[in-house]
Each structure stands twice: as structure tokens, then as C-alpha cells.
Design a protein around this ligand. Structure first.
Ligand SMILES: NC(=O)c1ccc[n+]([C@@H]2O[C@H](COP(=O)([O-])OP(=O)(O)OC[C@H]3O[C@@H](n4cnc5c(N)ncnc54)[C@H](O)[C@@H]3O)[C@@H](O)[C@H]2O)c1
Ligand SMILES: [Zn+2]
Ligand SMILES: [Zn+2]
Length: 375
């Protein structure tokens, strides 16, 4: 079958729309029609060559899609199901069985291979060249082949275009809080950086019952939005000393929890230094290494650094949880998105990098109408 996809042919080159062939799903796979997809910083990282992958590649890993074909061994899905697409995992290894499928032993083979184990390609050019599938989904495409572990069904009454970003960026932020540092009701938290990941962390902290949710950024417009979404206090660290302000807001003791989503060394340091005795930080951003004193920064203060990959999430649980929070009015991630046509993918990425757009969502299926609009 012919499909249309945004392809990266070499590092630092822009996305190019191409017509490609997609294979038939095997017995363990599904064919899905992508309706839309969020764009995440990890897509940019691959395009710019920070992570190495076999090229050409179709990026995108925050898809929302409709099931078109179901392999004979696949259980629990039907043609026409609406799904959010996240990463795939084996479900059998120790890490999957202990609830950390983002660290599945077979993660790379499942999510980052140009071909299946038997050597057959998911996507090919006319001349037979395989085009690599990304994160088990390659959502910057009109169609994809996916495994069932990547899929979370959502209700057909929801506007499917909106929900793809729950598969990575928003899951990373909310999971860093709910599965990583796990703040108790009444505790205090500071979130550094109010992009997609930081805003999700902040909203999750509010859901968890944190009494003070302090958002720090250098863009006033983002801080205004942070306030609307539940930050109890905002600090523009361009104009104010974040450390002094946070200590002033917490009777000089510091916050119980912090999350860094900036990846800026000095900011990560501040996010550690503002922690009270016994506090924990989740540094989730891609950034340069920093130096810490294991005694003075950590042991003497009983502080913890918590590594959290992909929100330490089980996608099927975390996505459903975020949908529930959204419907209850506590996770208004719809305020963070801007829609673009897939044909404008390069502009969408530029707007995300300039800070103009927090979470771009690309539309692959212009004919899709949510049920509310149809009725
Ligand atoms: N650990 C994981 O599993 C995982 C998964 C997805 C994304 N990420 C990473 O999380 C990070 C955040 O992603 P995002 O999409 O929210 O990015 P983003 O760029 O939208 O957000 C970062 C925010 O930090 C702010 N910022 C930058 N410098 C600052 C400074 N000096 N002081 C205060 N604020 C500052 C920016 O203004 C921006 O609002 C990225 O590095 C991304 O690659 C990690
Ligand atoms: Zn991502
Ligand atoms: Zn596994």
C-alpha cells in the first residue's frame, strides 16, 4: 500500500514529504491510520544527529490513530478503534514485568529497528530501500505498522487529534511526578521549565495535592499559562533569583520536591539547592553533565536524585489516567497545543524551537471530524 510520510534522509536536513510503500501487518501487528501526531524534542534530537539511527527514517512518536487491520494473533483490538500510540515493549522481561516497560530489555529492537527480526521492512522506497521505523510507530506518516503493546484505546467521543502527545511528552512530565518522586499531599514542589514536560509535571503535582506548586521559567507568556494551569506561584528567573524566591516561599526550608525540564546545568544545580532536607529531584531533560558534591548536596541533607525515563510509565495506565484527569478539568493540556498540517512540519518544528508553540500537533488526516463536531 502507498502512504505519505515526512522523511529525514540525512542529519540536519529538513523533513521531506515522500510517497512510500508500507508492508502488510504480520499476525502480531496492526495497521493504523494516523490521524495526528505531536512533535517532541526527541524527534529534533534525531534530526540533528544527537542520537544515531539508520537513515532514512520516519520520525514521530506521539501518534493518535484509527485501527485499520488487526493481525490474527492480536487480542483486544478491533478495526475502527481509536488509539494513542506510545512506545512498544515485550511484556515478558523482568523490567516489563516489574512495571517499567520503558526499560524493556528489547526496547531498541522493538522501537528502533529499520526492519523486523526476519529482515522484512515496515516501510520501503520504490527501489526497495528500507525506511526506519521510530519508537515503534513513525507517526509522521499517514499509516503505520504497530504492535499492540504500543496502543492505548481511547473513547471515540474524544477529539482524537488532541491525544497523541499523551504518548510521550505529557506522560514524561506527569510520570516524573506521579511515578518518580511521588509527592505526598500537602508537600511543596518547584518545576523548572514550563514547556510541555514541565507543564505536565506541574499539573500532576496539583493533582497529587501539592500545597505549593512553584513554576520557574524565563518566558513571561509561559508563566502566565502556568498560572492558569495550576501553579500557585511563578518565578521569572530572568528577572528574579529563583533560589531566594523559593526559600522565601517555604519559610527558608526549601521545597520537598523539584523537577528540572530545562537541562541547563546551572538550573539543575538550583533545582537541587532549593530542596529541603529529605527532598527529591527528578532531572528529566536532555542536557550537559553537572558536578555535585555527594556529601554536601546529597548525604548531609538526606536528598535524593531520581532518574525517570519516559515518566516510568506503563503507557496503558498513565494515558488512561491523564485522560481521566483531563475530563475532570485537572489536566488541561489542550491549552498547550497548536495544530499544523503535516505538510508544514518544518514550520511546526521551527515554532517549537523558537518557543512560539509549546506542543505542535501535526494533522495527517484532514478529513477526520470529532464526534461532537459531527453531531
Ligand atoms: N526523560 C525522558 O524520558 C524525556 C522524554 C521526553 C522529553 N524529555 C526531555 O525533557 C526536556 C523538556 O522537554 P519540553 O518538550 O518540555 O521542552 P521545552 O523546550 O518546551 O521546555 C523547556 C522550558 O525550559 C525553559 N528554560 C530554558 N532555559 C531556562 C532557564 N535558564 N531557566 C528557566 N527556564 C528555562 C524554556 O523557556 C522552556 O519553557 C527536553 O530536554 C526533552 O528532550 C525527556
Ligand atoms: Zn518524546
Ligand atoms: Zn520487556
Amino acid at each position: 500500500m502507498k502512504i505519505k510520510a515526512a522523511v529525514i534522509n540525512s542529519v540536519n536536513e529538513p523533513y521531506v514529504m515522500e510517497e512510500l510503500n508500507i508492508s502488510e501487518p504480520n499476525d502480531n501487528e496492526l495497521l493504523v491510520k494516523m490521524v495526528a501526531s505531536g512533535m517532541c524534542h526527541s524527534d529534533v534530537a534525531v534530526r540533528k544527529g544527537f542520537n544515531e539511527f539508520p537513515l532514512p527514517i520516519i520520525l514521530g512518536h506521539e501518534g493518535s490513530a484509527i485501527v485499520e487491520k488487526v493481525g490474527s494473533n492480536v487480542q483486544g483490538f478491533e478495526i475502527g478503534d481509536h488509539v494513542v500510540v506510545s512506545f512498544g515493549y515485550c511484556g515478558q522481561c523482568d523490567n516489563c514485568r516489574t512495571g517499567i516497560p520503558g526499560s524493556c530489555y528489547d526496547w531498541s529492537e522493538i522501537n528502533m529497528s529499520a526492519t523486523r527480526e526476519d529482515g522484512s521492512a515496515y516501510f520501503t522506497r520504490e527501489d526497495g530501500t528500507p525506511v526506519t521505523r521510530f519508537f515503534g510507530q513513525s507517526s509522521f506518516s499517514t499509516h503505520s505498522i504497530v504492535g499492540s503493546s504500543s496502543l492505548t484505546k481511547i473513547d471515540k467521543s474524544l477529539d482524537l487529534r488532541l491525544f497523541g502527545p499523551l504518548g510521550c511528552g505529557f506522560m514524561t512530565g506527569s510520570g516524573a511526578v506521579l511515578n518518580g518522586i511521588k509527592p505526598e499531599p500537602g508537600s511543596t514542589i518547584a518545576v523548572f521549565g514550563t514547556g510541555a514536560v514541565g507543564m505536565a509535571a506541574m499539573m500532576a503535582a496539583k493533582v497529587a495535592g501539592c500545597s505549593k506548586v512553584i513554576a520557574v521559567d524565563i518566558h513571561e507568556s509561559r508563566l502566565d499559562l502556568a498560572k492558569q494551569l495550576g501553579a500557585t506561584h511563578v518565578i521569572n528567573s530572568k528577572n528574579e533569583n529563583a533560589q531566594e524566591q523559593i526559600l522565601a516561599l517555604t519559610s527558608g526550608r526549601g521545597v520537598n520536591y523539584s523537577v528540572d525540564t530545562t537541562g541547563v546545568g546551572q538550573v539543575v544545580r538550583t533545582a537541587i539547592e532549593v530542596l529541603a532536607v529529605g527532598g527529591s529531584i527528578a532531572p528529566v531533560a536532555v542536557g550537559k553533565d553537572i558536578t555535585i558534591s555527594t556529601i554536601n548536596d546529597l548525604a548531609m541533607k538526606n536528598r535524593n536524585i531520581v532518574g525517570v525515563l519516559m515518566g516510568r510509565a506503563i503507557p496503558q495506565l498513565s494515558i488512561r489516567q491523564m485522560v481521566d484527569f483531563y475530563e475532570a478539568g485537572n489536566f488541561s493540556f489542550d491549552k498547550l497545543v497548536e495544530y499544523y498540517s503535516i505538510d508544514d512540519i518544518n514550520q511546526a518544528e521551527a515554532d517549537s524551537l523558537s518557543g512560539k508553540t509549546i506542543k505542535p500537533i501535526l494533522i495527517m488526516d484532514e478529513s477526520y471530524q470529532p464526534e461532537v463536531a459531527k453531531s
